[in-house]
Design a protein around this ligand. Structure first.
Ligand code: FAD
Ligand code: SF4
Length: 510
């Protein structure tokens, strides 16, 4: 039976059982499509990274003896739409059965179901063989529970997959070393040079322009840093183990104006495109740790494992549990527009300037910049979560809706009413000052709450609490913050609110 097998741009799993045997009756198809480049405005580096990785994957599977077809974005016969591409291939190659891998995005899942229901030939969906969990495992785990605590799920994953366990005891006698992972970075240990592949991507950039795809952000086409093949992805993993793991946990939450990446792995694109599996990442890191226990502490390794075995699987599970309603949630009824400086980086707030410009230059910031600087500002200024989601989905190299949306709309914007975060991740400037060196060189004064030089995060923070106090009054975890709000004298609060409204009305002048 002649089969057509679809591989989407984020399904580049060369270890998939499909690819372990070649067969003359099976044709693989990969396609660069306008439907994927245009559903949101993407960072140029994100489009390049996906196209380049797809092309390398196609070459690799052909070299391994598989039959495969590839549609480049500028090919004249490329219809730019998934349904049409499948139809063309079925006709051209006399296909009798269509097969696909379960997509991770709801949008594509729905589209493929519809396409298959319209096909006149048989079709079948297969697991992508990437995650530790099935789509609905998180949902089943929390069945009947009110609080969907990540920590509970994470511990069960550690036990189930026997990761960092000594029998039934967690290694190091602790499940969680979070409290050790909150150091400010003051240059006490040097940050190793970033891993950069210096790839020349001018040809793809020219094709993207020729196709008329609208992108944003910056790129140096002679010096593309991201991994775009399995071999390069493995190099990033190896580099992380040898150079960064040792201090990963310590400085996980730190920010520094001279160090864009600190000790973060920058493995998210390699994993989200499935060039690497989470299991091989975790196993490699743990074996490296065991071989170097005198040099690396358990808290570094546990911190890293928690992000992947815990957060990444949990986030995906919440996405499948809550979609499609999740995409509409906006419990705080925020309606403001994103300021222009999210696209230009032009702001006097040093922390925002660094985080936004880094996003535009690198298509990357690390977690705390996403959560406690950019996301914090968006929530404090009460931006509509649709706008925030669209920006995050476009800007980051690793942004695919299943992982972007629960992190942004849920964890960062609290638009889901606390499904993911038990309280909103908001803070005044003092948190940013505690975790970074941004404030020392800022136009604003981190100690002031109102007045011309007051740190906007301070003003906006107290205004946010005041505006949302009714909503949060029953939330025990907000009790301390709301009590502090009550202690601010009414005259001062009035000045704060006037200033906050000024900021919200003219965010681009701050
Ligand atoms: P490291 O710090 O080295 O962590 C290792 C790995 O852990 C990451 O590669 C990632 O796979 C995983 N991880 C860590 N935290 C999370 C998390 N909260 N959710 C899922 N996986 C996690 N991650 C994405 O992959 N895509 C996104 O679109 C995305 N959007 C985000 C939006 C917001 C508002 C926030 C707060 C977080 C977002 N994250 C997203 C999670 C996290 O910030 C990134 O995974 C991480 O910054 C990627 O960099 P890294 O590979 O250097 O990570
Ligand atoms: Fe950011 Fe405020 Fe610090 Fe400036 S003073 S860097 S705006 S937190």
């Amino acid at each position: 039976m002649k089969k057509l097998r679809l591989i989407l741009g984020d399904q580049l799993n060369s270890k998939h059982s499909w690819l372990q045997e070649s067969d003359d009756n099976t044709i693989y198809v990969l396609a660069e499509m306008r439907q994927e480049t245009d559903y949101v405005k993407h960072h140029i580096q994100k489009v390049v990274a996906f196209f380049m990785s797809m092309r390398n994957f196609y070459t690799a599977i052909k070299e391994n003896g598989h039959q495969a077809v590839y549609f480049q974005i500028t090919d004249v016969e490329n219809p730019q739409d998934l349904e049409k591409i499948i139809a063309i291939c079925i006709e051209k190659y006399n296909i009798q059965k269509f097969e696909y891998l379960l997509p991770d995005e709801y949008r594509l899942d729905q589209q493929l179901k519809t396409i298959c229901s319209n096909l006149k030939i048989e079709s079948e969906a297969f697991d992508s063989e990437h995650f530790y969990t099935t789509r609905h495992e998180v949902s089943d785990f929390f069945e009947g529970k009110k609080l969907l605590l990540m920590e509970n799920f994470y511990r069960s994953m550690r036990k189930k997959h026997h990761v960092l366990m000594d029998g039934s005891t967690p290694l190091g006698n602790q499940w969680n070393f979070d409290a050790d992972n909150r150091k400010k970075y003051k240059g006490e240990v040097p940050v190793p040079e970033e891993k950069n592949f210096h790839t020349n991507v001018s040809e793809i950039v020219a094709q993207i322009k020729e196709a008329g795809i609208v992108t944003f952000g910056n790129i140096n086409p002679d010096n593309f840093s991201w991994p775009t093949s399995r071999e390069q992805s493995l190099e990033v993993l190896d580099y992380f183990c040898k150079n960064l793991l040792k201090h990963f946990g310590d400085y996980e939450d730190a920010m520094h104006t001279d160090e864009k990446f600190l000790f973060h792995s920058r493995l998210s694109f390699a994993m989200n495109s499935k060039m690497l599996s989470p299991k091989e990442v975790i196993e490699t890191v743990i074996s490296f740790y065991h071989a170097n226990e005198t040099d690396i502490t358990i808290s570094q390794v546990e911190g890293f494992v928690r992000q992947i075995l815990g957060w990444r699987e949990y986030i995906r599970g919440i996405y499948w549990k809550e979609m499609p309603n999740y995409a509409q949630m906006n419990v705080l009824e925020n309606t403001n527009k994103l300021p222009d400086f999210f696209w230009t980086g032009k702001t006097k707030m040093n922390c925002m300037s660094h985080a936004i410009n880094q996003s535009l230059d690198e298509a990357y910031t690390h977690h705390i910049q996403r959560l406690m600087v950019i996301g914090n500002f968006a929530l404090l200024t009460q931006i509509h979560p649709d706008e925030v989601d669209a920006w995050y989905l476009g800007v980051y190299i690793d942004a695919i809706e299943w992982v972007e949306m629960p992190n942004t709309r849920g964890m960062s914007q609290y638009a889901d009413g606390g499904i993911i975060a038990t309280k909103p991740y908001v803070s005044s400037g003092s948190y940013i000052n505690k975790m970074s060196n941004n404030c020392a060189k800022c136009h604003y004064n981190v100690k002031e709450k109102f007045g011309d030089k007051a740190c906007p995060f301070n003003t906006l923070y107290w205004n946010f609490l005041d505006e949302k106090k009714e909503y949060f009054k029953g939330n025990q975890r907000m009790g301390m913050m709301l009590n502090l709000l009550k202690k601010i004298n009414p005259e001062e609060l009035y000045k704060i609110k006037v200033k906050a409204n000024e900021i919200i009305d003219s965010m681009d002048s701050y």
